[in-house]
Design a protein around this ligand. Structure first.
Ligand SMILES: *[C@@H]1O[C@H](CO)[C@@H](O)[C@H](O)[C@H]1NC(C)=O
Ligand SMILES: *[C@@H]1O[C@H](CO)[C@@H](O)[C@H](O)[C@H]1NC(C)=O
Ligand SMILES: *[C@@H]1O[C@H](CO)[C@@H](O)[C@H](O)[C@H]1NC(C)=O
Length: 376
């Protein structure tokens, strides 16, 4: 493999990692594909709201929302790994390309805008956003969520946010990790009593290109999207969607024991404690080139990784976890496991495409089941 490609691979991994840390997950509200009247009907009938998501290259899963009155449209990631909501501001400077290239919220054009004005700043791995807080009405399809305090961003880390298809983020975490004196989206949504149960479910599909990427269902569970019964695990701490995994293994080899994990729709890959990173890479069959673990793109030989959760094991196969980079002359591959300096796992999209997940706010638990895949 030419060394230039090794370099490109390193950059790819760094990019994906940044992306992951920036918690870019998206659940799109596919307003365009289903007429609002239809959404409204199914909503009233079932007391749940199903939103379609778009998938950009298995890196971003995003949906659509509207903010303000009359509605201004945005593409957002519905992020289980955070609790705050932000959108680019029309007041961001011309010099901020990342902001200028996305849809921007215009407070002066909204009749339901309420000034807040407090400054905020959010740090992600290699990037950050900052600006000030505002309050307005958020709409998902035709469901109205009034009085949401959200961030209007003036500054975006350029390298992280220029390439994204989404404009902003809607956090689906709990109040404990949200800005002080602000009620996060999920709580406001449930306060409307528009859905029977305060929960939501996530179904993601892994495939190439900009395509239908799955859906998020507020207030309900789509039984056609998983096999067998849901297995529920209690939250180990309320804030993130955090629980205790009983272990991780590759074949008969134990990689990790009881350990905390969070489900994060805003992360593309799987982040794991550095202390066991090499063990995992070697166990699956990766090899090291210039300090970077890579795998062959003919990855039939690679081992499955088993996640022990509740009473079950969920296996990620190489087809799930290998990420590839197409170049003019060849394709370079690596596993989608990324080391972090923390003692917990962040299970992102490559895990969530295998597992149907139910986020039960009232019961403070997460339901897991094997997702139905396209080939099933
Ligand atoms: C190894 O990768 C680094 C960047 O991570 C690069 O600067 C260096 O030139 C590479 N070395 C070789 C021998 O490819
Ligand atoms: C808020 O941020 C702006 C710059 O974006 C700064 O000029 C202002 O002083 C800040 N206000 C407070 C209260 O920190
Ligand atoms: C790609 O392959 C062509 C010929 O096969 C070669 O001339 C070119 O330098 C290669 N490009 C890179 C970036 O390696």
């Amino acid at each position: 493999m030419p060394q230039t490609w090794l370099l490109v691979l390193c950059e790819l991994l760094i990019f994906l990692y940044t992306f992951a840390k920036a918690r870019m997950l998206r659940v799109p509200l596919e307003v365009q594909r289903k007429p609002a009247s239809q959404l409204s009907q199914s909503f009233l009938a079932t007391q749940s709201l199903q939103l379609m998501l778009d998938n950009r290259d298995n890196v971003e899963y995003y949906g659509r929302i509207a903010m303000g009155t009359p509605p201004q449209l945005f593409r957002v990631i519905f992020d289980t790994g955070s609790a705050n909501t932000w959108l680019p501001s029309s007041n961001c400077p011309d010099s901020n390309i990342a902001c200028q290239q996305h849809s921007r919220y215009k407070a002066h054009k909204s009749k339901s805008y309420v000034k807040n004005g407090r400054n905020f700043s959010l740090a992600y791995g290699n990037g950050h956003v900052s600006g000030y807080l505002s309050q307005d009405t958020l709409r998902i399809a035709d469901v109205v969520v009034p009085d949401l305090i959200f961030g209007e961003t003036l500054s975006h880390h350029q390298a992280t946010f220029i390439p994204t298809s989404f404009d902003g983020i809607v956090g689906l975490g709990f109040r404990q990790i949200a800005w002080k004196n602000s009620t996060p989206f999920l709580e406001l949504f449930c306060q409307q009593h528009l859905v029977k149960r305060c929960l939501f479910s996530v179904y993601l599909r892994r495939m190439a290109g900009e395509l239908y990427g799955g859906e998020i269902t507020f207030g309900g569970i789509d039984h056609s999207r998983y096999k067998g019964a849901l297995d529920y695990v209690p939250l180990s701490k309320v804030g993130y969607w955090q629980f205790v995994m009983s272990g991780v293994s590759v074949g008969n080899k134990k990689i990790d024991g009881r350990v905390n994990a969070i489900l994060d729709t805003g992360t593309s890959l799987v982040l794991m404690p550095r202390r066991i990173f090499e063990q995992l890479q070697q166990a699956i069959g990766a090899t090291i080139k210039n300090k970077t673990y890579i795998v062959s793109c003919h990855w039939d030989y690679l081992q499955d990784v088993q996640f022990h959760i509740g009473d079950r094991k969920y296996a990620l196969t190489a087809a799930d976890y290998v990420v590839s980079l197409e170049t003019a002359n060849e394709t370079i591959c690596a596993s989608g496991f990324v080391p972090i300096e923390s003692d917990f796992w962040v299970l992102g999209d490559i895990f969530l495409t295998r597992v149907y997940s139910v986020y039960d706010v009232e019961a403070e638990r997460i339901g897991f089941a094997e997702a139905v895949q396209d080939e099933d």
